[in-house]
Design a protein around this ligand. Structure first.
Ligand code: SF4
Length: 260
């Protein structure tokens, strides 16, 4: 984008030199809409002989409306009727996520199931109850964290999300993470882990490690464990899940202590 704008500036300068107007051209980078507004004000003030044109280079100018959300409430309002992928046709409810909008920990699963779809809330039903117990086992209250999924709408019959659906929906999750600004992510299940870490590695190879998830330069510590729905089907995985949670607990409590 910068290249294109620089070319525009050069063309305008070229023609301006030939018609001899005292025109000052600037290529400015702005980081927020406030800055855009400020630039407009500066432009309004620069009347008369010396005229200033400010070309603004900023991805946000070409962003969709939801990307400009300043908080989660705004984001929810702007995306709750999303119809970008076909899942909007079969959903009962859009499932944004719930919990603490200033959480240090964001828990991320795969996609809403039938109960979540009916209630419009993430991790309700038996898997949700188990998640609450898992969090409580490491002294974390459900209300303390933010819980959401990679996809915001239920795939019919709980089938696996399709690549196109992830591609269209994941930017909402990224925006949620930017707004919440957490220190930690707990990825539940192979699907969430592989999507977030951009890998095809199986869950067994992703567990027991601490990953750095980079979001606009901010590093969020990410660990992976089993999805509670999988635990309900495979109780033998409870022990390794407990190991993951204990590992996370050490890190989380150390962070909490450092804040006191
Ligand atoms: S799954 Fe995501 S991208 Fe698809 S309709 Fe729902 S919110 Fe939109």
């Amino acid at each position: 984008m910068k290249d294109i704008l620089e070319k525009c500036v050069n063309y305008l300068k070229f023609y301006n030199d030939r018609i001899g107007l005292p025109l000052e051209l600037q290529l400015k980078k702005v980081h927020s809409y406030n800055e855009v507004e400020n630039n407009k004000n500066v432009l309004k003030e620069s009347q008369g002989k010396h005229q200033s044109i400010t070309l603004i280079e900023e991805e946000n100018l070409f962003a969709e409306d939801w990307e400009k959300s300043q908080n989660l409430e705004q984001l929810l309002e702007k995306i709750k009727n999303c119809s970008k992928c076909n899942l909007y046709r079969t959903r009962t409810n859009f499932v944004f996520g719930s919990g603490n909008y200033n959480a240090d920990l964001v828990v991320i699963g795969e996609a809403p199931g039938s109960e979540e779809d009916l209630q419009g809330q993430p991790f309700v039903g038996r898997a949700g109850q188990l998640l609450t117990k898992m969090l409580n086992s490491i002294n974390i209250l459900r209300e303390e964290v933010f819980i959401c999924n990679i996809l915001k709408c239920r795939p019919p019959g709980n089938r696996n999300p399709m690549p196109e659906e992830i591609k269209l929906c994941e930017p909402y999750l990224v925006k949620q993470l930017k707004l919440i600004n957490p220190e930690f992510i707990l990825a539940l299940g192979s699907f969430a882990a592989q999507t977030l870490l951009k890998t095809k590695e199986p869950l067994g190879k992703l567990r027991g490690k601490i990953f750095n998830y980079n979001i606009s330069g901010k590093i969020i510590k990410l660990i992976v464990t089993f999805h509670p729905a999988a635990l309900l089907r495979n109780p033998q995985w409870k022990k390794p899940t407990w190991e993951d949670l204990k590992m996370f607990k050490v890190m989380y409590e150390k962070f909490k202590q450092s804040k006191i």
